[in-house]
Design a protein around this ligand. Structure first.
Ligand SMILES: CC(C)(COP(=O)(O)OP(=O)(O)OC[C@H]1O[C@@H](n2cnc3c(N)ncnc32)[C@H](O)[C@@H]1OP(=O)(O)O)[C@@H](O)C(=O)NCCC(=O)NCCS
Length: 185
């Protein structure tokens, strides 16, 4: 169902479903043990893991309650995969979604995450009639906190020792933004 695939072309980046040719780029930034340390996932150790992952994700359709769909962020100028965004409609009400995101180290601090998430928010609120977008981050993840605040997400709370990462319980912030808030800005 190619029509259901996501393809959001923005000024400098495009958000789209993964394609097989993304596997090497995906492996490059997801195998870095330091760059994504505050996210808590295990770094990839073999290219085959990236090939499998991309293959499983490439035909995923957004909107299934409780299921993460992972989309690629592609730099328009180079046509290279430079990151990804995960979106999960809540299982108890899919009008609310949680997001997660990664940008490859070499492409950070260029405004790519902000552009990608701004475009994603517009799509989720306008096209998909999503009511609420949430993001959860480690309280020491300064880049993510700055990014989410810049997108006018509200810091709604702090959870204590709610996430096990690198052998310790970590505190997290919950951020959220409502459709009505997005529409009126
Ligand atoms: C968080 C992340 C996606 C940001 O990507 P990015 O493309 O570098 O972000 P942008 O360039 O769009 O920057 C957005 C804002 O954050 C700020 N920022 C980016 N990196 C920062 C850092 N390390 N420290 C402080 N602020 C930072 C930018 O200055 C910018 O602020 P502004 O809007 O006031 O100018 C990237 O650092 C990353 O992939 N981190 C590892 C994965 C991760 O932690 N993901 C979040 C899991 S919930």
């Amino acid at each position: 169902m190619a029509d259901d695939k996501v393809h959001l072309k923005l000024k400098r980046v495009t958000i789209r479903n993964f394609q097989n040719r993304d596997a090497a780029d995906f492996f490059e930034y997801r195998s870095d043990p330091i760059a994504n340390i505050l996210q808590g996932y295990s770094p990839l150790t073999a290219l085959e893991q990236a090939v499998d992952y991309v293959d499983r994700q490439k035909n995923n359709i957004f909107g299934q309650a409780g299921h993460w769909v992972q989309l690629g962020i592609v730099e328009n100028a180079s046509n290279k995969l430079i990151g990804d965004i995960g979106i999960r409609p809540q299982d108890y009400d899919p009008r609310m979604v949680e997001i997660g995101f990664t940008v490859a180290s070499d492409f950070r601090k260029k405004g790519y995450a902000k552009e990608a998430l701004s475009g994603l928010f517009a799509w989720l609120f306008w096209e998909k009639q999503i009511h609420r977008i949430m993001a959860i981050t480690d309280t020491e993840n300064q880049a993510t906190i700055r990014l989410l605040e810049g997108l006018r997400m509200r810091r709604e709370g702090k959870t204590i020792k709610s996430f096990w990462n690198q052998g310790a319980w970590r505190d997290e912030f919950l951020f959220a933004l409502l459709s009505e808030e997005w529409m009126t800005h």
